[in-house]
Design a protein around this ligand. Structure first.
Ligand SMILES: Cc1cc2nc3c(=O)[nH]c(=O)nc-3n(C[C@H](O)[C@H](O)[C@H](O)COP(=O)(O)OP(=O)(O)OC[C@H]3O[C@@H](n4cnc5c(N)ncnc54)[C@H](O)[C@@H]3O)c2cc1C
Length: 594
């Protein structure tokens, strides 16, 4: 058996993205905190977020947090919990200002206030027209958030364990005692003993073949919790972002359409006018992804192929912005200033200059609306009664509060990270003040160490990346933008076969301990396979279409039977589904019209 070192803190936070760092800053004010991250913190996926963080500052025209809340609920196809949405949209304003005060270099208006841009689904509730709500730092908003928060954490003496891969949660009955991690450089197992644990490990877009998500987004935190008896909520709702670079999946921010960019099919038509007559290209993401899919299916892709064009060239785009008190039509310099990274990506990866030519795009797997169920203080809840598991927290993309319901609006993930990261951190500090450190169980790491030794010594035929490729193909083909029962069942059968192969026929070439990425990626694949299965099982059960879950065989939303959250538990006899009511509020469910 490998050696185990033990570290003791009040609170441990797994993940150094926006959610983990915001939580660490706040928890650190009242407790001794460690952040454990498999990546160097500033490599977290939050750093890839482009377009903006939404807050109804109203710097460029009238806006209200209630409008933001209504847009979020409508965008969620009425599955979001409305009291949580109110918290999100109200606190968005003060947290964005707080980030500004921490030194985040937002784009500015001539008078010095934060500049804002339009984004999908963000509207003036009276007129239905787009509002300017997305606060941004060019198209590198997430990068700036991550850098700013990391600097603040370093300044405030948060302890970091970088390149430590967490592989288990130590749960004893209804208490948590810490986590087990592997130090990637040495392969040593470390136990982190703590009063409170927060998972902020991000999403699992790597279940699909074409995705905007980084390689590291393998759903580790969600899978660990699932294995320790915590249900996964609303896993059938996974967002496909409409504009990924063709074949590569790399994201082209919605900010391009916010700055006036338009979608065009193979017949040169601005097709969104047919699907969302009022808001067109700025309809919510599920609506736009489906429209692209249908255009392609009807043979109206570019040259009959599997993609359409996103056009932000000044010749096509009829969009005006204010400069020096004058209204100016968008030009090349404006695009370069507002979308520098996008221009760079498309030039580098496609050889396409977006100032002169349209970009080939297709929907790309992007964001997990579902995840570990929590309340508005990040506390993990276990059932339909919302029973809290004391000491366990989740925040950010891995969590499901639920503020995104069946479909997340653009800019609302970054808001979610900072609002609920902050609330979780605060609550953890309080929890640590009021509670004693409970003893570690004997041999807390033994079970997961044994699992790793089994993996390391496996002597089958098939390599982890082959299984991963098969899973990704099946999920894209069968549990993608549009779904039908037969295909989803096929995916479930394939995933069962892949998991069998994973357990009985895997081979790991690297038997060593130091930087054994072969082994760690195999373990990550175990997480992905499990989350893919939970996604498909939750999806096949939901016999309606809502938000990101669009079924050809049940095309309508069915509020009578399905206005409820899915919970999926892992049990000894397989997965078990249960449901919990949606918390409604000011807005009664009605048909979404864009
Ligand atoms: C390309 C792209 C652009 C986006 N643009 C926007 C946007 O403009 N606006 C918006 O609102 N949203 C955007 N999103 C979504 C948003 O960026 C993410 O949902 C959000 O950043 C997730 O943050 P997080 O803190 O939850 O996790 P992440 O930033 O993904 O960080 C996860 C952390 O967990 C750690 N970790 C994971 N597993 C383990 C483990 N087993 N052990 C130890 N550590 C672990 C990682 O090291 C990392 O530090 C975008 C997403 C992508 C992919």
């Amino acid at each position: 058996m490998a050696k185990t070192k033990v570290h003791t803190f009040d609170a441990v936070i797994i993940g150094a993205g926006g959610a983990g760092l915001m939580a660490a800053l706040y928890a650190g004010r009242g407790a001794k905190v460690a952040v454990i991250s498999k990546l160097y913190p500033t490599r977290s996926h939050t750093g890839a977020a482009q377009g903006g963080v939404g807050a109804a500052l109203g710097n460029l025209g009238e806006d209200h947090w209630e409008w933001h809340a209504y847009d979020t609920v409508k965008g969620s196809d009425y599955l979001a919990d409305q009291p949580a949405v109110d918290v999100l949209c109200q606190e968005a304003i003060e947290t964005v200002i707080e980030l500004e005060h921490m030194g985040l270099p937002f784009d500015r208006l001539p008078d010095g206030r934060i500049s804002q841009r339009r984004f999908g689904g963000h509207t003036n509730n009276d007129t239905g027209k787009p509002v300017y709500r997305a606060c941004h730092a060019a198209d590198r908003t997430g990068h700036m958030i991550l850098q700013t928060l990391y600097q603040q954490c370093v300044k405030n003496n948060v302890n970091f364990f970088d390149e430590f891969h967490v592989v288990d949660l130590i749960r004893v009955g209804d208490t948590v005692r810490g986590v087990v991690a592997i130090q990637i450089a040495s392969g040593e197992f470390h136990v982190f003993h703590a009063k409170a644990v927060l998972f902020a490990t991000g999403g699992w877009g790597r279940c699909w073949e074409v995705t905007s998500n980084a390689h590291s987004l393998t759903g580790d935190g969600a899978a660990i919790c699932l294995r320790r008896g915590i249900p996964m909520q609303d896993m059938e709702f996974f967002q496909f972002h409409p504009t990924g670079i063709f074949k590569l999946g790399i994201l082209i921010t919605e900010g391009v359409r916010g700055e006036g960019g338009v979608l065009i099919n193979g017949e040169g038509e601005r097709f969104m006018a047919r699907y969302a007559p009022s808001i067109k290209d700025l309809a919510s993401r599920d609506v736009v992804s489906r429209a692209i899919f249908l255009e392609v299916q009807a043979g109206r892709g570019i040259n009959g192929q599997n993609y359409v064009h996103l056009d932000v060239t000044p010749e096509t785009v009829n969009y005006y912005y204010e400069k020096d008190g004058e209204s100016k039509r968008i030009d090349a310099a404006y695009i370069e200033a507002k979308l520098p990274d996008i221009a760079d990506f498309t030039r580098t990866y496609l050889g396409v200059d977006p100032v002169k030519e349209p970009m080939p795009i297709q929907p790309t797997a992007h964001y997990a609306m579902g995840g570990i169920p929590t309340d508005v203080d990040g506390r993990v809840v276990l059932d339909d009664q919302r029973t809290v598991l004391p000491g366990l927290y989740a925040a950010g993309e891995v969590a499901c509060v639920s503020v995104h319901g069946a479909n997340r609006l653009g800019t609302n993930s970054l808001v979610d990270l900072i609002v609920f990261g902050r609330r979780s951190g605060r609550h953890m500090a309080e929890f640590c003040r009021e509670n004693e450190l409970l003893p570690l169980p004997d041999n807390a790491a033994d079970e997961v160490i044994a699992e790793f030794e089994r993996l390391r010594s496996s002597k089958g035929q098939v390599r982890q990346y082959e299984l991963r490729g098969r899973m990704q193909k099946s999920m894209t083909a069968n549990v993608g933008v549009f779904r039908v029962e037969e295909n989803m069942k096929k995916a479930i059968d394939e995933l069962v076969a892949l998991r069998d192969a994973y357990h009985s026929d895997l081979v790991i070439d690297d038997k060593g301990h130091q930087y054994n990425t072969d082994l760690l990626e195999a373990w990550e694949l175990g997480c992905l396979l499990e989350l893919a299965q939970v996604t498909a099982i939750s999806a096949v059960a939901r016999k309606e279409s809502r938000g990101g879950h669009a079924r050809d065989d049940f095309q309508k939303r069915d509020d009578v039977n399905w206005l409820k959250h899915t919970l999926c538990y892992r049990t000894e006899d397989g997965y078990r589904l249960a449901y919990k009511p949606v918390e409604l509020g000011r807005y009664e469910p009605k048909e979404r019209v864009y």
